[in-house]
Design a protein around this ligand. Structure first.
Ligand code: BGC
Length: 563
C-alpha cells in the first residue's frame, strides 16, 4: 500500500543518512587509501603518551596501598603468560624521576596516566585515605607541570579496589555514589593542577571482558545479562562524577572532563550491499554507541541495541529486555556529560550479517554479525589486531557525523610488534597520517593524539609477552632500566614538526619553462626514472611513493607550459 511504500522509502533514506561515512569512502580505491598526505595539525595540538597505574607502577602493597582486583587476579591465576603480574612492573612508584625525565626528553605536551584508586583509598572509600598514595600523585603532577606537560588523568583504569569487589563491584548500583565520592576527592585534591579528567577507561571492556567473557577480573562469565547491568551502572557513575565536577569544581578549576571509549572501525564485507553496511553500523553502535549514544546524544541507548536486545529477549521468551532502560530523569542526567570525545583505537574488523543463534543469551550474538580480519593489512603481534590505518580516518569521520562534530582526542593508539621496532614506526607514521587526513581533508575537529604506550608495561592478559612501549624496559634487571626505542625518536620528530610538513625539496616550484621546452623529453625522462626506481629499489610499491606519484602526475598531465 501507499503507506508501506512511503515507510520503506523513509527507512531507505534513513539508512543512507546513517551510512554516510561508508558512502563517502566507498569509492576510495586501495591505492587512494594508502596515499600519503603532507600537512600539519592545528597549533596547540595535544601530543601525548599514555600509561596506566596497574601497568607500570608496581609497589602493589607499598606504603599502605590496598589490593585491587588485578592484584588478586594476577596473583592467583595461571592464565597470563609466564604467570606475570604487576607487582613490580616498571617500578614507576619508585622511579618517578626517571619517568619524568623521559617524558621531558620526548617533548610531549601531555601525559595520560591513571590513579590507582586503592593506593589513594585502600578499601575504596574515603575513610581509608592513604596520604602516601596522595603524595606520590602530587609529586607526579607537580613534576609534569614543572616540565610544562599537561596531566591527563584517568580516574579509573580497571584496577577496582578489591574491597569494593567484595560488595559486588560494578554490578552493585551503590558503586555510583562510591565512585563519585572517590572522584570528588580527586577533583578537590588534584584539580588545582589537573585540567583534563577522564572518568573511566574503556567501559565496554570492563562490561564485556569482566562480566561477559569473564577473562578479565572480576572474571564473571555471564554474556547475556551482566554486561548490560554493569554498563548501566558505569554510565550512571560516569554521569554523576561529571555533574560533581560541573557543579562543584569547574568554575574555579576550569578543566574539562570526559570518558575514554574504545572503538574499532567496522568495515562491511561488501560496501555495496545495504544490509552489510547496516550491519557495520550496528557493530559500531554495540561497541562505541552503547556508551557514546547516551552520553553524547540523548541519554539513551542506540536504537540498534534497544531493538536487537529487545527482540531477541522476546523470542527467547523472557518477560523483559535484557537491556535495562533509563528513566526520563536519568536520560536527562546522562545526556551531554562529556566536554570532548575521547576515543581509544587499535584496529579495524570486517563484519558481515549473520542470523545469530539464540542460545546462549549473549551480547555478542545480540549483534547478529560475524567478524573477520581485514585481509590486506599488516599484522601486529596480537592476533585480531591488524594495522589498518585507513580505518582510523573513517572512525573519526563516523564520530563526527554521528555525534554532532565534537572535539575529539585520540586517547590511545599503538601496536605491539613481534621483533622489530621499525614496524611500530610504520604503524605510527600511517595512523597519524590518517588522523591528519581526517583533520585536514575531512574537517574533523581533532585536538589531540596519544601514543600507547609510554614504555613497555604489563599488558593485562598478555602479561609482558606483547609490548607496546616507545621505551624499552629491561624487566630482568631490578633497576628496570628504560631505553628509548627508534619509535620514541620518530614520535619526537612528529611532535617537533607538529605532523608531516612537506619537505622543502618537495614543495612545488612555480614558474615557466623556456618557450622551446621539449615536453616529450620530460615524459621520456619520467618513464626512465620509473624504470630506474624499480630496478634499484626492486619494489612494486613505487606507485604509492608520494614523491614519485606527485612528480609523475605533474609531468604527465600538465599540458600548458607552466606549473
Ligand atoms: C588498554 C591499555 C592497554 C592497551 C593494549 C587498551 O585496551 O586501555 O591499557 O595498554 O589496550 O593492551
Amino acid at each position: 500500500s501507499f503507506f508501506f511504500r512511503e515507510r520503506v522509502k523513509i527507512i531507505q533514506i534513513l539508512i543512507l543518512f546513517l551510512c554516510v561515512v561508508w558512502e563517502k569512502f566507498s569509492s576510495q580505491s586501495n591505492f587512494d587509501r594508502k596515499m600519503y598526505h603532507y600537512g600539519t595539525f592545528p597549533e596547540g595540538f595535544s601530543w601525548g603518551i599514555s600509561s596506566s597505574a596497574y601497568q607500570i607502577e608496581g609497589g602493589w602493597n607499598a606504603d599502605g596501598k590496598g589490593p585491587s582486583i588485578w592484584d588478586t587476579f594476577t596473583q592467583t591465576t595461571d592464565s597470563i603468560p609466564d604467570s606475570a603480574n604487576g607487582n613490580v612492573a616498571c617500578d614507576s612508584y619508585n622511579r618517578l624521576n626517571e619517568d619524568l625525565y623521559m617524558l621531558r626528553a620526548l617533548r610531549v605536551k601531555s601525559y595520560r596516566f591513571s590513579l590507582s584508586w586503592s593506593r589513594i583509598f585502600p578499601d575504596g572509600t574515603r575513610k581509608s585515605l592513604n596520604q602516601k598514595g596522595v603524595d606520590y600523585y602530587n609529586r607526579l603532577i607537580d613534576g609534569l607541570i614543572a616540565y610544562n606537560i599537561e596531566p591527563m588523568v584517568t580516574l579509573y583504569h580497571w584496577d577496582l579496589p578489591e574491597a569494593l569487589q567484595k560488595v559486588s563491584g560494578w554490578e552493585n548500583a551503590a558503586m555510583i555514589d562510591i565512585f563519585n565520592d572517590y572522584c570528588d576527592f580527586c577533583f578537590a585534591t588534584f584539580g588545582d593542577r589537573v585540567k583534563f579528567w577522564i572518568t573511566i577507561n574503556q567501559p565496554q571492556t570492563i562490561a564485556w571482558s569482566g562480566y561477559g567473557l569473564g577473562n578479565m577480573p572480576p572474571n564473571v562469565v555471564d554474556p547475556g545479562y551482566r554486561p548490560y547491568i554493569v554498563a548501566h551502572n558505569l554510565i550512571k557513575a560516569h554521569a554523576k562524577a561529571y555533574h560533581t565536577y560541573d557543579d562543584k569544581y569547574r568554575q574555579v578549576q576550569g578543566g574539562l572532563i570526559s570518558i575514554a571509549l574504545n572503538a574499532d572501525w567496522f568495515e562491511p564485507a561488501d560496501v555495496n550491499v545495504v544490509r552489510e553496511v547496516v550491519t557495520a553500523d550496528r557493530a559500531m553502535q554495540f561497541q562505541l554507541g552503547w556508551f557514546a549514544h547516551p552520553i553524547f546524544k540523548n541519554g539513551d541507548y542506540p536504537d540498534a541495541l534497544k531493538w536487537q536486545v529487545g527482540n531477541k529477549s522476546e523470542i527467547q521468551g523472557l518477560p523483559q529486555s535484557r537491556l535495562p532502560s533509563f528513566t526520563e530523569e536519568e536520560k536527562n542526567f546522562i545526556k551531554g556529560t562529556a566536554d570532548v570525545f575521547c576515543v581509544n583505537h587499535y584496529t579495524t574488523r570486517v563484519v558481515s550479517y549473520l542470523t545469530a543463534e539464540l542460545q546462549p543469551h549473549s551480547y555478542e550474538w545480540d549483534r547478529d554479525l560475524r567478524e573477520t580480519d581485514e585481509p590486506d593489512s599488516p599484522t601486529t603481534a596480537i592476533p585480531n589486531q591488524k594495522a589498518v590505518a585507513w580505518g582510523l580516518r573513517r572512525l573519526l569521520n563516523w564520530i563526527k557525523e554521528e555525534y554532532g562534530d565534537p572535539e575529539i582526542y585520540i586517547t590511545e593508539n599503538g601496536a605491539a610488534v613481534e621483533w622489530d621496532d621499525f614496524e611500530r614506526v610504520m604503524f605510527y607514521k600511517a595512523y597519524i597520517d590518517e588522523a591528519l587526513k581526517a583533520y585536514d581533508l575531512d574537517g574533523v575537529r581533532l585536538q589531540g593524539y596519544t601514543a600507547t604506550a609510554f614504555m613497555d608495561s604489563f599488558e593485562w592478559l598478555h602479561g609482558y609477552k606483547f609490548l607496546f612501549g616507545l621505551h624499552h624496559v629491561d624487566f630482568t634487571n631490578p633497576d628496570r632500566p628504560r631505553t628509548p626505542k627508534y619509535s620514541a625518536h620518530y614520535y619526537y620528530n612528529i611532535i617537533k614538526d607538529n605532523g608531516f610538513p612537506l619537505p622543502d625539496d618537495d614543495k612545488m616550484l612555480y614558474g615557466h619553462f623556456r618557450e622551446d621546452f621539449m615536453w616529450r623529453t620530460m615524459l621520456t625522462s619520467c618513464l626512465t626514472v620509473l624504470v630506474w626506481f624499480k630496478s634499484v629499489t626492486n619494489t612494486s610499491s613505487i606507485h604509492t611513493h608520494p614523491y614519485f606519484v606527485f612528480k609523475f602526475h605533474c609531468s604527465l598531465f600538465h599540458t600548458s607550459n607552466c606549473l
